[in-house]
Design a protein. Structure first.
Lengths: 509, 227
């Protein structure tokens, strides 16, 4: 029997969505302050309008329930799944009013791309976008990377409701015993990395000749984009604009820090350095990146266009790490992607985007822990075939301590693996059906599902509507790791037919 | 349980295998398309009619001509390499340029956006932008003095015409696609635009805030009464 949402469930869900919408309205004060300080009064009014609409609808939704009880697991999954969709609508209002988008859907696409830390951008003329609008775009990366629900939990917005919401957003690690402290720990790590990253990048930007104001904002935005593995950039030439290898190295470090499991930070905080070297995720990630960088570099050399080791190291390593961490900053232009990079190297980037990086981090993709578990599971199966039938074969892995690999864990990893693969294939087929080059269609579909944001040129304001909606869905599904959002969709679809299954069941009896 | 696991496993790997197979199939297709581009380019060079029906080649040609038409400059856009004359091209045309344009002298116009970024040996980087794309241009420090307005929010940047050498894979800058300026001239100094706002947004915002305040009051009153 499929789960359904009762009227009481709906009232609770709408109430909490209202709370989150009001919270979103409060966060819009940041771009308002930026706009007022920098004399962008027109933009300040856009955000004022955004705040008032968010509060109006937020309060309306809150009226559905006056004394909400602690959320059940089903309600928590629905709140989480719908929060990303609903908040995106209100967050898109000021961006659409900026006049830099062809349609409201494009503005919504931009917000969802920011929230899911994908980094696909449909802004027209990003170089003329206001500071306040850019601030809002990068704040979306921050909310999405840290998790809308995690931030709300850390601020105590949901009161005693905690664990079910935390897990519904695709997180499961217990860094500290209770959820509130865990979310606050995640927040502290983000604050430290963001501060250090901003200072470093600001100094580099100043040495590159940027004005102090631009140096600070560029430093802050690129740090937010890198740490939250987002990929938005305030300039149309992405990170090429800064013309600085120290800048690229600094962003690489921040990207890797952002794509590291928060559990690892917790273990290192407790002095357990063994975790860094033994954790199945970090080990898989290391070997996976080594293989990808090796193959990508060889392919660039063999392609004949690039023969310089420095170029391969600078652009090759950056591209692979940017893709694998699902950040999506580019050092290759679109025509270089087609003309200079060989199709083999292009395919390596696709693989990097598909697998992604660590779970429990801001990164997207299938995640290296699942790759590690699937590989271990395959080895167990192989051993069980070769050994006598009576032999008990088991495998262990290290992830916050030593664990025996259970069938449920292997099954879970394979299910998510399969769902990611299915989404990537279906999105690619749609792109191919629209007449795009097969490799570009696969590239874009994998990039959307893996929340990477690297583009082969298909994602633009002129792309077909069906493709835009598909990429939107893929970004959301990829960020919530499918199960939360699929569960919400199924529950919402099945809820209007409460007697459907019961009647059939009765007939059968 | 074991059979269930195997079933999931088969399903997962069947889908993954399909994805991999599709991608692998796409590689030769992509290779063929690239070969098609090269063939078409060679055909154009030798004067024979082009047979490669590739989008990218068409786009480049279209952009080159479109850029010329848009800029309202010389109508002669063809055969730059044959005549050794710099070819007029739009920035969008450069952004989509084929490797054939590598090392050729091009002429284009665009608005300067962002800041001037420091380069090596007294050089600076400027980002020039047309209505769709942008390109990094490596210029002398003296040329930067021509820029009175850097394009940003509320500022229309100085428009420059640049004659320079295009690199799709610059060796000096480790594989960057850039233009080394030979000559830079001022087209339009740009201007600071006035900050105009629509008062309707403000009125609507005030109205919505009023309603939101009333609803919030209602919410807390009912919440207290229903406790």
């Amino acid at each position: 029997m499929w789960p359904r949402i009762s009227l009481e469930d709906l009232r609770v869900i709408l109430h909490y969505l209202g709370v989150l919408t009001c919270f979103l309205g409060i966060t819009m004060l940041v771009p308002v302050v930026v706009a007022l300080c920098l004399s962008e009064y027109e933009i300040a009014i856009h955000y004022f309008l955004g705040i008032s609409i968010a509060f109006l609808f937020g309060t309306l939704l809150m009226l559905f329930k006056f004394h909400p009880t602690v959320l059940s697991r089903k309600q928590a999954i629905c709140v989480t799944g719908l929060a990303w969709v609903v908040l995106g609508i209100f967050a898109a209002i000021p961006l659409y009013l900026s006049g830099h988008f062809s349609s409201t859907l494009d503005a919504y696409f931009e917000i969802i791309s920011g929230l899911t830390t994908t980094g696909f951008s449909l802004v027209h003329d990003v170089d003329h976008l206001s500071y306040a609008d850019n601030m809002w775009r990068f704040m979306m990366h921050f909310f999405g990377g840290q998790g809308v629900i995690v931030i709300a939990l850390g601020l105590g917005i949901f009161g005693r409701t905690g664990y079910s919401l935390y897990t519904a957003e695709g997180r499961s690690e217990h860094i500290l015993p209770d959820i509130k402290n865990t979310t606050r720990f995640i927040g502290k790590v983000a604050l430290i990395v963001t501060t250090l990253g901003t200072v470093t990048l600001t100094v580099i930007c100043l040495t590159q000749g940027l004005s102090p104001l631009n140096a600070f904002f560029n430093g802050l935005w690129i740090t937010l984009g890198s740490y939250n593995t987002g990929g938005f950039a305030p300039h149309s030439t992405s990170t090429i604009y800064y013309q600085s290898w120290p800048f690229e190295v600094a962003t690489l470090v921040v990207m890797l820090l952002g794509s590291t499991n928060f559990l690892l930070y917790g273990e290192l905080w407790k002095g357990r350095t063994k975790e860094l070297f033994c954790n199945i995720e970090t080990r898989t990630l290391f070997w996976w990146l080594a293989v990808l960088v090796g193959v990508f570099s060889s392919s660039l050399f063999a392609g004949g266009y690039i023969s310089d080791v420095g170029t391969v190291m600078r652009r090759g390593v950056y591209t692979i790490i940017s893709a694998a961490t699902s950040t999506g900053y580019q050092l290759f232009t679109n025509n270089q992607m087609h003309a200079v990079i060989s199709s083999g190297a292009f395919f390596v980037v696709v693989l990097a985007m598909a697998i992604g990086s660590c779970s429990g981090s801001t990164a997207g993709g299938i995640k290296t822990i699942r790759l590690g578990i699937v590989v271990k599971s395959c080895l167990v199966d192989l051993k069980s075939v070769l050994l006598p039938e009576t032999a008990q074969v088991s495998a262990t892995y290290y992830h916050g301590g030593k664990h025996v690999l259970t069938r449920e864990e292997a099954n879970g990893a394979m299910v998510v693996f399969a769902l990611f693969a299915a989404s990537m294939v279906l999105g690619a087929l749609l792109g191919i059906a629209y007449g795009y080059d097969a490799l570009s269609a696969i590239f874009e579909s994998v990039s959307a599902t893996g929340d990477t944001g690297l583009s082969a040129g298909i994602v633009s304001s002129s792309m077909p509507l069906a493709l835009e909606l598909t990429y939107l869905l893929q970004m959301l599904l990829g960020r919530l790791e499918f199960l939360s959002l699929l569960a919400v969709i199924i529950a919402l679809v099945m809820s209007p037919f409460p007697h459907l299954r019961t009647r059939r069941h009765t007939d059968y009896e | 349980m074991n059979s269930l696991r195997l079933r999931w496993g088969r399903w997962a790997f069947s889908l993954f295998a399909i994805a991999c197979a599709m991608s692998l199939l796409a590689i030769p297709v992509h290779g063929c398309l690239q070969a098609g581009i090269a063939y078409a380019d060679e055909s154009e060079e030798t004067g024979s009619s082009s047979t490669g029906a590739d989008d990218q080649t068409d786009e480049n040609a279209a952009d080159t001509s479109a850029g010329t038409a848009e800029d309202g400059q010389s109508a002669e856009t063809t055969a730059s390499q044959e005549t050794e004359m710099p070819s007029n091209i739009s920035i969008t045309g450069l952004a989509n340029a084929s490797p054939l344009l590598d090392g050729t002298t091009v002429v284009f116009s665009g608005e300067v956006v962002g800041d001037a970024v420091r380069g090596e040996d007294g050089k600076e980087w400027l980002t020039l932008y047309d209505s769709e794309s942008s390109v990094p241009v490596y210029v002398d420090e003296d040329d930067v003095a021509l820029v009175s307005n850097f394009g940003a929010y509320g500022v229309k940047g100085t428009t420059l015409q640049v004659t320079g050498v295009y690199h799709i894979n610059c060796e000096l800058h480790q594989g960057e696609a850039d233009v080394y300026a030979i000559a830079v001239s001022l087209v339009d100094p740009g201007e600071v635009e006035s900050n105009v706002y629509d008062p309707r947004y403000l009125y609507f915002g005030l109205l919505a805030t009023g309603f939101a305040g009333l609803l919030l009051l209602l919410y807390y009153m009912l919440r207290r009464r229903l406790r």
